[in-house]
Design a protein around this ligand. Structure first.
Ligand code: C5P
Length: 241
C-alpha cells in the first residue's frame, strides 16, 4: 500500500514572532521544513510527501526542499486554517493515490524522529483506522469554561485524572478514504462546531471512528513559543544533518 505524508507548513508562526514563516525557521543551520523532509527520507515505505505552504511563498518553500529525495514531493498552497490546508493536500491525494495510507504531520514538529513515523505506519499496516502518537501529560490539567479564559482569575471546574490524559502529537495516521470523507463532511460544519476538532484525529472521533494511541516522542514537540524554539535550536545542534 502506498504511504503518503502531508506536511502542514502553511502557518505564519505569528506566536513565534520570527521573521520567516515558522516552517522555515532555521534549526541548527537548516530550515525546519528541510529537517522534516530529510528525517522522512530515513523512513522506510514513504511513497510521497505533500507540503502545504503559504499561498504567496511557493518559491521560498521550494528552496527548502532538498534535492534527490527518495520519494515523490508536491507543494500545495495551504488554506486559511490548518484544516483547510490539510483539505487542499487531501484533494490532491484524491487524484493521485486514493487507496493510500496517509500521515498528517506538522512541520512545526520539526525534530520528530523517523522511528515515530515508522511506529505509526506499522500500526496502520496492521489494520488501525486512525493512530495518534501521544505522551502522558506532565502538568496537572485544570478545566475552565472557555468563556472564562479571558478573565483574570477563571474558576476551576475540575482536574481530570492525569492517568486518563494523553498529549497528542503528529504524525497522525489514517486510511485516506476515511480521512477524506470526514474532511469533506467537516467542511459543511459551522465555524463553532469546527472548533471542536483541533486536529485530524478529532475529526475522526467526531464521526465515531476508533482513534488509537501509539507512543510518541518528546522530540516531536511542537515549536510554538519562543521557549520551544530555543529548546529546538539546542536539540537540533545535537542532530547534525
Ligand atoms: O498554528 P499551529 O501551530 O496550530 O499550526 C500547526 C501546523 O499547521 C503548522 O505546521 C502550520 O504550518 C500548519 N498550518 C497550515 N495552514 C494554516 C495554519 C497552520 O498548514 N493555515
Amino acid at each position: 500500500r502506498e504511504v503518503w505524508v502531508i506536511v502542514t507548513a502553511a502557518g505564519s508562526g505569528s506566536r513565534l514572532g520570527a521573521e520567516v514563516p515558522k516552517a522555515l525557521v532555521p534549526l541548527g543551520g537548516h530550515p525546519a521544513l528541510t529537517r522534516v523532509l530529510i528525517n522522512l527520507s530515513q523512513v522506510e515505505d514513504v511513497t510521497g510527501v505533500i507540503v502545504t505552504h503559504p499561498e504567496s511563498q511557493r518559491e521560498l518553500f521550494a528552496q527548502a526542499v532538498p534535492a534527490q529525495l527518495p520519494y515523490a514531493i508536491h507543494l500545495v498552497p495551504g488554506g486559511v486554517s490548518r484544516q483547510a490546508s490539510v483539505y487542499a493536500a487531501l484533494e490532491l491525494l484524491s487524484e493521485i493515490s486514493p487507496q493510500s495510507l496517509v500521515l498528517v504531520h506538522d512541520a512545526a514538529r520539526a525534530l520528530t524522529p523517523p522511528a515515530v513515523f515508522e511506529r505509526v505506519i506499522e500500526g496502520m499496516l496492521e489494520g488501525a483506522v486512525a493512530l495518534v502518537p501521544a505522551l502522558p501529560v506532565k502538568d496537572t490539567i485544570k478545566q475552565i469554561r472557555p468563556e472564562a479564559a479571558a478573565e483574570d482569575f477563571p474558576l476551576v471546574l475540575g482536574s481530570p485524572n492525569r492517568d486518563a490524559l494523553r498529549a497528542a502529537q503528529t504524525p497522525q495516521g489514517f486510511d485516506f478514504e476515511r480521512l477524506w470523507a470526514v474532511h469533506q463532511k467537516a467542511r459543511d460544519l459551522s465555524a463553532d462546531e469546527a472548533k471542536a476538532a483541533p486536529d485530524d484525529a478529532a475529526l475522526m472521533e467526531a464521526f465515531d471512528y476508533p482513534v488509537r494511541i501509539v507512543t510518541g516522542d518528546e522530540l516531536a514537540l511542537k515549536i510554538t513559543t519562543m521557549v520551544d524554539l530555543k529548546l529546538a535550536e539546542i536539540l537540533a545542534e545535537e542532530q547534525p544533518i
